[in-house]
Design a binder for this molecule. Structure first.
Ligand SMILES: Nc1nc2c(c(=O)[nH]1)N[C@H]1C(S)=C(S)[C@@H](COP(=O)(O)OP(=O)(O)OC[C@H]3O[C@@H](n4cnc5c(=O)[nH]c(N)nc54)[C@H](O)[C@@H]3O)O[C@H]1N2
Ligand SMILES: Nc1nc2c(c(=O)[nH]1)N[C@H]1C(S)=C(S)[C@@H](COP(=O)(O)OP(=O)(O)OC[C@H]3O[C@@H](n4cnc5c(=O)[nH]c(N)nc54)[C@H](O)[C@@H]3O)O[C@H]1N2
Ligand SMILES: [Mo]
Length: 767
């Protein structure tokens, strides 16, 4: 490697130095306190951190990793959780004076980082047709405006209602209820871009789209594979769980194109050895896989397991489990027996020895867990890849027993709960029927638009009202230029938000910003102080209560905002008691209890100290509600991603200093980058092949062939070449700066998830 010395590129501030070989430790503590104090001041920082992830506190708005049941530490949080909280609990504000000062055109020239740093939104604001600036309006006028636009549509299907994954269960439930009562299922959500592939894969394979393990399972596993996930940055509390697992004897294998710091070594800042020692190595083995090679690896491992079983019958696969609980074994076995191991080696970039050693680790393990995130879900063959991971576990009966199973690690803190509450364009009939019965409405039965379909509909003039419940739609979605054009064709765009972002600036003819309370804020309604609930990555539902004084007296809760729009839309005497719902969230929870299985007696059970776990038939009783009534071995043709001559395969990922499109800062400490984000991590041989040197400035050009073979180019300009330990031919850069390169039609089969982890590009020298 060449970047062991610290060097600064000319002309700008990006500094690249040796990447850190461990995650967390003292720097993490210092960075988190500094960020907290910068944004909130010392008193609010302490007050906030003492409540984070505590039983009587609020759920961390960072990731969906669960709290350790039973024994919560006083400081159950991580560096990036603190950054997420500081970002929300900041005392900086974006007021009507701010909007009077800056025109929308001026704000469009600012980066997401700058926008986010301005602070919390304080007033409802409107951008009228032709206006250059947003101006304040009162809530009732905002609700009336939305209701008027919605009623004027030719069909309810001309509106789309987006949701990001921070929305609480209560807000999500009333939101989808309003949308269905209005008459559409157009509910794109961030999940479409995130774990949709997981949902599609698992539903077909095991009959439920959620993971099957708990924290105690991980802590008692023999073997844990972590594929396509960077927990040191994105789920730092997972490292403590992994550390406990290792103390209990677990072996961890990291499967990733990049040697991510958290996987290699971890210093728990809450333990003495994490402060003074070297920390502990999390991964026992690091498989530096080529981008998109995971399906090949899983199929190759399936073949090796079956071969070993043939050599030593009864020692590898769980025949009893396969016969009793699964379908499709013979077809699967025939398929993987035909997989050529040389092809697997080529597809993965791993040696045959590494592949054999991984198979040996699986064979030796009695309890295996596979964890994954965006490195598996955001590929054309994501659904197939995840199903091949499931197939591998089914061979050894690794589902529905302690210490074993499937662990998709979710992103947003309530993204899983939002789905449970009905935020989905294709909810099943059982849900719709129960909803209709509870409220006396008639939900539409026609499937709605997902995220990619919503963009197409707005582009084509088939949808003209956009409502976003949180999130940053224009930055998070692919094909930035096209998406922005699509948004600009709308007659009305509405953003319910806590912070300013680019989606407030790329608008329809009229635009609204509706400022909402966040997780950390105190929520008082006419029936008193309210709490909300969330569901973590392991299906545990628990309460969250904010305790901070809101940034302004004009903020409303997401529930109140939805109920306000609904009252304006349907009138005060509608069949749904919107005003009562807004006053007392217990009433919403009573309805949820009657509509959604698993939520019986919701109000009582959610008040138990650690909440309650939702049923998961495969985990609880090895029951699989699939088409065959059994867990399905699903056979998928092998796909992998050879890199075309002279081209590179780009994955887009998160730095250590961002939360999706929210940029906390410009440093990626674990990867050795400071002060800038327009960097391309690239193997030194690829820099040489390009005829360049470290630090060169290049433009990235993606190439996309449409159905007729015509090539379309998209560009993202001005990136610095950073030599890095990534496989030859595979490069990496940050999202959302690179979203402009992703064609809207470049999606995963079955899940329709934009392919953010495999974009064919070439480099062009900057003029
Ligand atoms: N601090 C912080 N926390 C977050 C977020 C955040 O932005 N910041 N985002 C939240 C959200 S919404 C989500 S979904 C999660 C995201 O959590 P992650 O999925 O960890 O996020 P990414 O940065 O996209 O990282 C993907 C990882 O996959 C690897 N990878 C890329 N391509 C491949 C491949 O083909 N095969 C394999 N095996 N690996 C590959 C990359 O090198 C990288 O390590 O984190 C959540 N938590
Ligand atoms: N290229 C590329 N694109 C990707 C990905 C990738 O890996 N690569 N990852 C995808 C993934 S996994 C995801 S989940 C999406 C994320 O997509 P989104 O969820 O749409 O994006 P975020 O950046 O998380 O949204 C941030 C905004 O949410 C608002 N917000 C924050 N908290 C709250 C709250 O409590 N209430 C309300 N109402 N608003 C709030 C703030 O205004 C903030 O500006 O991006 C996807 N896009
Ligand atoms: Mo996500």
């Amino acid at each position: 490697m060449t970047n062991t010395d610290k060097y600064t590129f000319d002309e700008d501030d990006v500094v690249v130095s040796a990447e850190e070989s461990y995650a967390a430790g003292i720097p993490a503590v210092l960075v988190s306190l500094r960020r907290g104090i910068e944004q909130m001041g010392p008193v609010r920082t302490v007050r906030t951190l003492l409540k984070l992830n505590q039983r009587k506190g609020f759920d961390c708005p960072g990731c969906a990793w669960p709290e350790t049941p039973g024994h919560r530490k006083h400081a159950e949080f991580c560096e990036n959780g603190v950054k997420a909280v500081a970002e929300e609990a900041t005392t900086r504000t974006v007021t009507p004076e701010f909007f009077a000062k800056y025109s929308v055109a001026e704000l469009l020239g600012k980066t997401e980082y700058w926008l986010g740093q301005q602070g919390r939104l304080t007033h409802p604001m409107v951008l009228l047709p032709g206006a250059t600036h947003y101006e304040p309006l009162d809530w009732d006028a905002a609700f009336a405006l939305i209701a008027g636009e919605l009623r004027a549509l030719g069909s309810p299907n001309e509106a789309v209602f987006y949701t990001s994954g921070r929305t609480s269960n209560e807000a999500a439930f009333v939101y989808q209820l309003m949308i269905r009562a209005f008459g559409t299922n157009n509910m794109p959500d961030c999940s479409n871009m995130c774990h949709e592939s997981t949902g599609s894969a698992l539903s077909e394979s095991i009959g439920i789209g959620k993971g099957s393990v708990s924290v105690p399972d991980i802590e008692s596993a023999d073997l844990i594979l972590i594929a396509g996930q960077n927990p040191g940055t994105n789920h730092p509390r997972m490292l403590s769980t992994l550390e406990n697992a290792k103390a209990n004897g677990a072996r961890v294998i990291a499967i990733n194109p990049l040697p991510e710091a958290g996987l290699m070594r971890f210093k728990d800042p809450q333990k003495v050895h994490g402060i003074v020692g070297d920390g502990i190595a999390i991964a026992d083995e690091f498989l530096q896989i080529r981008i998109g090679g995971d399906q090949a690896l899983f199929q190759g491992l399936g073949r090796l397991l079956l071969e070993e079983e043939e050599r030593n019958p009864g020692t590898v696969i769980d025949r009893e489990f396969i016969e009793r609980y699964t379908a499709g074994f013979e077809e699967y076995a025939a398929h993987v027996r035909g997989v050529d191991l040389e092809t697997v080696a080529q597809a993965t970039g791993l040696s045959l020895e590494q592949i054999h050693q991984t198979a040996d680790a699986l064979i030796a393990s009695k309890k295996t867990i596979i964890c994954w995130a965006m490195g598996l879900t955001q590929h054309t063959h994501a659904v197939a890849t995840i199903q091949d991971a499931v197939n591998l576990l089914l061979l050894q009966g690794m589902i529905g027993k302690p210490g074993a199973g499937l662990c998709p690690v979710r992103g947003h803190s309530n993204v899983q709960g939002d789905r449970t509450m009905g935020i989905w364009e294709t909810m099943p009939e059982s849900f719709l029927a129960a909803l209709d019965k509870e409220f006396g409405i008639v939900s539409p039965r026609q499937n709605g638009f997902d995220t990619v379909e919503s963009i197409r509909a707005m582009r084509d003039g088939k949808a003209s009202v956009f409502v976003g419940m949180g999130g940053n739609f224009v930055s998070a979605t692919p094909d930035t230029e096209l998406t922005e054009k699509a948004m600009r064709r709308c007659s009305l765009t509405v953003q319910v938000s806590t912070k300013l972002n680019r989606s407030h600036l790329v608008t329809g003819e009229t635009a609204l910003i509706l400022p909402s309370l966040g997780r950390t804020d105190r929520d008082v309604q006419s029936a008193g102080k309210q709490k909300v609930s969330v569901e973590d990555s392991m299906s545990v539902v628990h309460l969250s209560r904010g305790n901070l004084r809101p940034a302004s007296a004009h903020l409303r809760s997401e529930v109140a905002i939805v109920c306000g729009i609904a009252t304006a839309l349907f009138g005060a005497d509608h069949v749904v008691p919107w005003r009562e719902f807004a006053a007392d969230y217990d009433l919403i929870r009573d309805s949820i209890a009657r509509v959604i299985p698993g939520f019986e007696d919701f109000n009582r059970r959610v008040r138990q100290p650690d909440g309650f776990a939702l049923p998961h038939p495969p985990r609880d009783e090895r029951r699989f509600d699939t088409s065959t009534g059994k867990a399905n071995f699903v056979v998928n043709e092998l796909t992998w991603l050879p890199v075309p001559e002279g081209r590179l395969m780009l994955q887009t990922m998160r730095s250590h200093d961002q939360y999706n499109t929210t940029i906390y800062g410009l440093d990626d400490r674990y990867r050795g980058v400071e002060g800038g984000r327009r960097v391309l991590f690239i193997h030194p041989d690829d820099i040489a092949a390009f005829g360049g040197v470290a630090g060169d400035r290049v433009d990235l050009v993606s190439e996309w062939r449409d159905g007729d073979g015509k090539v379309f180019e998209r560009r993202a300009d001005d990136f610095r070449l950073v030599p890095y330990k990534t496989p030859v031919g595979n490069v990496a850069a940050y999202y959302p700066e690179t979203n402009a390169l992703i064609p809207l039609d470049h999606v995963a089969r079955k899940s329709n998830t934009p392919v953010a982890k495999a974009i064919t590009i070439r480099l062009e020298r900057r003029p």
